[in-house]
Write a protein that binds this ligand. Structure first.
Ligand code: R5P
Length: 300
């Protein structure tokens, strides 16, 4: 059972943050950033895996910010239960923050008979909220699935701020499509950025190299939105090391680490970093400042 603590009232006296069990760290961090109250909740699982949620704080007429990642699937039902529990309290308004939007990669129909699950999820989430905030959404189309106001925020400035203390020489995107993200991180650092390009040399050999940069002797950070199997980062790191990179780090918004990816990644890469949209041993960067900024027009 998890019973969250309650902060002293601050400037955001009428603002309450409700954290789901998948987003406790971010919920705490957000409450601190906003000077808001952290709602007392009781969230646990029955022996059959079903969730029990209860909100002990009085949220009547309060501005409520509900934070819950929708991955893996049990956290989706927990979000719906928390949304209903919040609604029962008759708050002034509710903002739902989904730090990692599960199913964002199911945003297109490829074969007849399929459905866009990312849109289905949006339709359910917006039933019991006034507005929504998403972080580093994989598909830019996702906010359009909401009929209620939806803001998409980026954690890349926070990743850049975190890396300042380590002074990397360059930020690399794993492909051209991710170049803009690498640019945002490098802006905070004032360093070079580039994207990796794949060149097929023969039937078996594919070389991955920065498009315009020599990495020899350099400390580089590969930045991606999601690390899932780790395959992209591991392949890129092997190639960059072979090209003489002194140190290779990987940083991402969402550290999914599917199929035991983390031990393989930590063996290949000098350091792996992620944000707290998904909580793990690598999630050392909080997206709270970016979410708090997006909330400003709506609640404070
Ligand atoms: C791709 O579009 C994403 O931005 C990531 O590059 C991808 O999800 C990483 O997957 P994996 O870690 O399995 O290589």
């Amino acid at each position: 059972m998890f019973i969250s603590s309650h902060s002293d009232n601050g400037p955001g006296d009428n603002v309450f943050v409700v954290s789901g069990s998948a987003s406790r760290h971010l919920g705490d961090s957000l409450a601190k950033h906003l000077g808001a109250n952290l709602a007392q909740t009781e969230i646990r699982r029955f022996p059959d895996g079903e969730c029990y949620v209860r909100i002990a704080s009085d949220l009547h007429d309060q501005d409520v910010i509900l934070v819950q990642t929708t991955y893996p699937d049990p956290n989706i039902i927990e979000l719906f239960a928390l949304q209903e529990a919040v609604k029962e309290a008759k708050p002034k308004q509710v903002t739902t923050v989904v730090p990692y939007y599960g199913y964002a990669r199911q945003d297109k129909i490829f074969k007849s008979g399929e459905t866009i699950v990312a849109r289905n999820l949006a339709r359910h989430i917006e039933l019991t909220t006034d507005q929504v905030i998403l972080v580093d959404i994989h598909a830019p189309t996702i906010p359009s699935h909401f009929t209620k106001p939806c803001k998409a925020v980026s954690s890349m400035p926070q990743i850049g701020e975190y890396l300042k203390a380590f002074s990397p020489d360059a930020i690399l995107a794993p492909d051209k499509g991710a170049l803009e993200r690498a640019g945002i991180v490098s802006k905070a650092l004032g360093c070079q950025f580039d994207n990796l390009e794949k060149t097929r040399l023969d039937g078996e050999t594919v070389v991955m190299k920065p498009k315009n940069m020599d990495v020899k002797g350099k400390f580089v950070v590969i930045v991606d939105d999601i690390i899932a199997t780790g395959g992209t980062i591991i392949k890129a790191t092997e190639q960059l090391k072979a090209q003489g990179a002194r140190q290779v780090w990987a940083a991402c918004a969402h550290g999914l680490y599917t199929g035991g990816a983390l031990p393989k990644l930590t063996k290949a890469v000098d350091r792996v970093l992620s944000t707290d949209t998904l909580e793990s041993e690598t999630s050392v960067i909080t997206v709270a400042p970016a979410v708090a900024k997006a909330l400003k027009d709506w609640i404070l």
